[in-house]
Design a protein around this ligand. Structure first.
Ligand code: GLA
Ligand code: GLA
Length: 680
């Protein structure tokens, strides 16, 4: 639990009241000792109370196989502790040192086409290498033993962004581990042959050792092999996480363990809802990708992180104060973006706000990546904005520890459907699982309707409406869960290419959407994907792209919209079947944010769901609710670049400005306000 972490971090004044954490990755090994002292002074000035240390320090901590150098880190941790700053201590295993890769080149990852990923950057290790594992665990044991009693130690940070560069390794180590993983999953070769459909293209296996990762092949590799390799690769990294964690728990049972996830953009290799079961609190890294939905995507990622964390508070381990260095063009943030971006994460449950990194590097591949202390130094607008946010977070201390209050709408985000829906040799390679989910989310934001991103592990019954975009893979038990959900009054909304396959990626026969055909009361005989740029008009004035279906509607199913143009003109495009007090709706084309914004009120109406916000600010303001013993905290985030007055909401203003005496709360451009209401 993050509460263990919160209670381990105490201010220099010894104040143990709950508070939000603030800080960064701290890489003192890049600087001289005189800079360290200035660092701690500036950290205190900025309100920093936690930093992540040692993430890339392996070569410094263990300069040769049997030589250890902890003196510098002892000193760093002592300085931090004296400054009242906690250390989220990394296990330093993310980037193996040159002496190790020279002695053991067999730890280097191999791509699908056999290319070795050489050292010289970072994360050049095979998740399944026994040699790498042994060296990494030795380092973890040394570190944990050395710092077990250090008062600065508040949490363990396993490795760093596991899988960022090395999730898919096709080496011989990976092949052996994959075979073992498959033996556990299938027990017999007959079961594997059946699950993989190896009757196709003469792929039948007669020995486990014949099975390889889906290396570069002459044509499309077996889809179930590809899918299982995704599952295996996520599990292989999870095994590494568990191996490090077990040592940490053995030596320091009271220190919580985390690892930083990458719930952002198209990072899909790691099944985070599954990994979250292995750690004491969830951490996430997020970077803004420029574009029209940039901040909706930030909100979406933060919201999904909260879902992965089961609604409990989580730790924002990294984001940026301004530009990054790894996009084609690295745009600086505008005034106000820094605070708004950070607070949007807090709105979605972050109890810690940390950046990559504390002090901007003078050398190395990330020297043009922003930091809390920029190249210009502390006499800069950026550092002043950093310090101002530190003060804001202090004022928001009562929020610490509060949990997400369930929204009436849930959006189901499922890693297995994500993986399966985007495999190769499909009806359309243009399908983008995350983008479809993000479009529904943006449409709900545009309507001012609060929604929770949830995973299949969540209690779906908490939500009156469940949107499940592109729920492609529906095993029999998920179909049952969804049927029960609607029978008990839930309103399910799903889309094109849903319900099509089972857990082995075998098609449910008899007409699409197979597993959901009865529930949705429709039948589709053939998919109708659209060429890039082609569109169809619907009779409700929305426009579809990407996909269409030739739907036959069963008796009792309502048609909410029909195609007006295209080969399916006159036929159903959007349907809904009532199921007792609930319903199940199907949207057969990609409507985009504008189309979904226009359609959604009709889909939400049967559940009686509408915005909780005053009419005039719907779409302009994003709202979230966190609640705990300290109260019910209503976050209001201005999504626009102009000031928005908000009237008619009760509560003590914890953050924000009001106009005149008892007047409206006024949210400046991109500003965030927080109202505290009595605990419910
Ligand atoms: C990731 C890494 C950091 C740094 C940042 C830069 O999040 O964990 O070490 O490379 O990206 O954005
Ligand atoms: C070729 C092959 C077939 C099949 C089709 C699919 O014609 O001979 O086995 O793969 O392509 O279009």
């Amino acid at each position: 639990m993050i509460s263990t972490l919160l209670s381990r971090t105490s201010g220099a004044d010894g104040d143990r009241a709950p508070r939000l954490l603030y800080g960064a990755d701290y890489n003192p090994e890049q600087w001289s000792r005189s800079v360290w002292e200035e660092d701690v002074r500036l950290m205190r000035e900025a309100g920093v109370n936690v930093v992540s240390v040692g993430i890339f320090s392996w070569a410094r901590l263990q300069p040769a196989e049997n030589t250890w150098d902890f003196g510098w880190l002892d000193e760093v941790l002592d300085l931090l502790h004296a400054g009242g700053i906690g250390a989220d201590l990394a296990t330093a295993t993310a980037s193996p040192p040159p002496w190790l890769t020279t002695a053991h080149p067999e730890i280097l990852p191999v791509t699908a086409d056999g290319t070795v990923l050489w050292p010289g950057a970072r994360q050049h290790w095979r998740p399944t290498s026994p040699v790498f594992r042994a060296h990494a665990l030795r380092l973890v044991r040394e570190l944990a033993t050395r710092y077990a009693g250090h008062p600065a130690l508040v949490a363990w940070h396993v490795n760093n962004e596991l899988g960022c560069h090395n999730v898919y390794d096709f080496s011989d180590d990976a092949a052996r581990a994959f075979q073992n993983w498959l033996r556990v999953r299938y027990t017999t070769l007959d079961a594997l042959n059946s699950a993989w459909g190896t009757a196709f293209w003469s792929q039948r296996y007669t020995d486990w050792e014949q099975i390889l990762p889906p290396r570069q092949a002459a044509s499309h590799p077996n889809p179930t092999q590809q899918l299982d390799f995704k599952r295996f690769s996520s599990d292989a990294l999870k095994e590494h996480l568990r191996a490090e964690r077990d040592i940490l728990r053995e030596i320091t049972p009271d220190v919580p363990v985390t690892t930083n996830f990458m719930v952002m953009g198209n990072t899909k290799g790691m099944n985070y809802p599954d990994w979250a079961q292995e750690i004491d609190f969830v951490s996430n890294d997020h970077y803004v990708h420029p574009g029209p939905q940039a901040r909706d995507e930030l909100s979406f990622s933060a919201n999904l992180t909260s879902g992965i964390s089961g609604g409990r508070p989580w730790f924002l381990m990294e984001h940026s104060t301004s530009a990054v260095n790894w996009q084609p063009v690295n745009v600086a943030k505008r005034p106000g973006d820094l605070a708004r971006d950070s607070l949007l994460h807090v709105a979605h449950g972050a109890d810690a706000v940390c950046y990559f990194q504390w002090r901007q590097s003078a050398a190395g591949a990330e020297k043009y990546h922003s930091a809390m202390v920029p190249h210009a130094g502390a006499d800069s607008d950026l550092f002043r904005a950093v310090a101002a946010l530190g003060a804001t977070l202090k004022a928001l201390a009562p929020v610490a520890g509060s949990e997400r209050e369930a929204a009436r709408v849930g959006i189901l985000y499922d890693w297995e459907s994500w993986w399966a829906s985007e495999q190769d040799s499909h009806p359309s390679s243009l399908l983008d699982y995350r983008q479809e989910a993000l479009d529904w989310y943006s449409a709900l934001l545009a309507l001012g309707v609060r929604a929770d991103l949830v995973t299949t592990r969540a209690d779906l019954h908490r939500h009156q409406v469940l949107v499940a975009p592109v729920l492609h893979m529906v095993p029999a038990d998920l179909a049952k869960t969804l049927t029960r959900y609607t029978e008990q009054g839930g309103h399910l909304i799903t889309t094109y290419f849903s319900g099509v396959v089972d857990e082995h990626d075998h098609v449910w026969l008899g007409g699409y959407p197979g597993a959901l055909r009865e529930l949705l009361g429709i039948r589709i005989e053939e998919f109708g994907p659209l060429l890039d740029g082609d569109t169809v008009e619907l009779d409700d004035a929305t426009t579809g792209s990407l996909w269409t279906d030739r739907i036959t509607v069963a008796p009792g199913t309502d048609v909410l919209a029909r195609y007006r143009t295209g080969v399916h003109a006159g036929r159903a495009a959007v349907t809904r079947k009532a199921t007792g007090t609930g319903s199940a709706a199907y949207v057969s084309t990609r409507l985009g944010v504008a189309g979904l914004t226009s359609l959604l009120p009709r889909l939400l109406a049967p559940a009686g769901v509408e915005s909780e916000l005053p009419t005039e600010v719907r779409g302009l303001i994003e709202t979230t609710v966190r609640s705990g013993p300290g109260g019910r905290f209503l976050f209001l985030v201005n999504r626009t670049d102009t000031a928005v007055p908000v009237r008619g909401l009760d509560g003590e203003v914890l953050l924000g400005t009001t106009e005149g005496d008892g007047g409206a709360l006024v949210l400046g451009p991109r500003a965030v306000a927080v109202l505290r209401q009595p605990a419910g």
